[in-house]
Design a protein. Structure first.
Length: 142
């Protein structure tokens, strides 16, 4: 089974792409997690709340099913609670500022060749690369 280790990520990626395409075709909307989460908790008037709740239940249920079938992930928090809260707030602010998250822009927007999504994904990737460089090389791998 070790020689087929690439099948799990490949099948997961294919399912994400298929679900995003079906969501767009069937609902005429981009399947961005931040927008659907906002709809689920009542912060957005875009998608119906039930659609956002269904999407989140499916997302969490799929992760739980994969964890039960494949293996339990090894989770460990290696940072302080304060840094996690600050990081979460920055991500939330960034999704509002960028009018979407990496799933909406990176998966759906790039597939539609959206100029805004191409720019947003480029910024996401550049900031991620800069963050890795700073943490590993300038801060000594905190």
């Amino acid at each position: 089974m070790q020689t087929l280790h690439f099948l799990w990520p490949l099948s997961g990626g294919l399912m994400i792409g298929l679900s995003a395409a079906l969501y767009l075709v069937l609902n005429g909307r981009v399947a961005g997690i931040s927008g659907l989460t906002a709809a689920a908790v009542g912060l957005s008037s875009g998608a119906p709340r039930s659609l956002g709740l269904g999407f989140l239940v499916g997302l969490l249920g799929g992760a739980a099913a994969a964890s039960a079938v494949i293996r339990q992930p090894e989770l460990g928090v290696t940072s302080s609670l304060g840094l996690l809260v600050i990081g979460g707030l920055l991500v939330g602010f960034g999704t509002r500022l960028g009018s979407g998250c990496t799933s909406g822009h990176g998966v759906c927007g790039l597939a539609r060749l959206s100029p805004r999504s191409i720019a947003a994904t480029g910024v996401f990737m550049a900031v991620a690369a800069a963050t890795v460089f700073v943490v590993r090389h300038l801060l000594g791998g905190l």
